[in-house]
Write a protein that binds this ligand. Sequence first.
Ligand SMILES: [Fe+2]
Ligand SMILES: [Fe+2]
Length: 326
Amino acid sequence: MSVHYKGTDHMSDLISDDYRMLQVITRFGIKLGFGDQSIDEVCEACNVDTATFLVVVNYTSDPAHAHIKEMAEEVNLADMMRYLALSHQYFVEFRLPSIRRKLIEAINCSESNQIGLLTLKFYDEYAQEVAKHMEYENTHVHPFVQSLLSGIKPNDMTFEQLISEHSDNHNSIEKSIAELKNIIIKYSPNDNNAQLLNDVLMDIHVTEEDLLNHCRMEDSIFAECVRNLEREVRMRSTTNDTAPSPNEQTTDNQDRDELSEREKEVLVHLVKGMSNKEVANSMFISVHTVMTHRRNISRKLSIHSVSGLTIYAIVNGLVKIEDIKI
Ligand SMILES: [Fe+2]
Ligand SMILES: [Fe+2]
């Protein structure tokens, strides 16, 4: 049965329950050795946005029951994109070369073994296909999203056009790794090292699941976030809505690190437990604007977790301790 993790859960329980979370924490830059600290506490110590971390964790834990629209509203898009980029680096620079090394060890790839040579060739083509796909995301999709995050409306292309072949690409990546598995299982000659071959097959199984999760997260939560942001940036550029940009300069005599009145208002709503959507509704602004305020608040205060922001709000008299649900 799947579990829905919360910020107050122990980080160690998350890893003990589901080994796949090891990959997730590494890609968020979190290292083992967190004792009995909660997810909130570990994220805060590692400067990780807890809401985005929980979305990735809960999606990975149970993608079939994920509420994509709600999750997309919680995500900090810049942080999710960083997570995806680090995943690309992991697959291309570490995981796929490691499987190749193990394949060469396990399979007789000498000239006399055509099946062995062909298996390696098939693998190399597959690894190239994955690397090319991820390179495209790094060099085209992510910069496009980065412009949107800076409030710049892309003129030449829409997100849909940019990723028009994306789902097909994902399907092809998924199919190729399934084929590779089948080739090894069905057609491996007897002169291979059985233990090593089992070991590499297990690695391929784990990688298949990991890649599947990665691609589906891009197709669902990430794409939903980008579409929402693109809609708002395009709308703003036609209606002249002036939501703050991520690097908005403060005005007049206001100190760069001092929160504006609007940001204080957002902060108070957040620490009282409201979701991004609830804050947006109560302040009559868009979810994107709330998220931009959140980014600016975290940047100015260098505090990224809700628990840290709550402490700031209490200490600075923005909320009373009795108004906080702990
Ligand atoms: Fe990707
Ligand atoms: Fe992808």
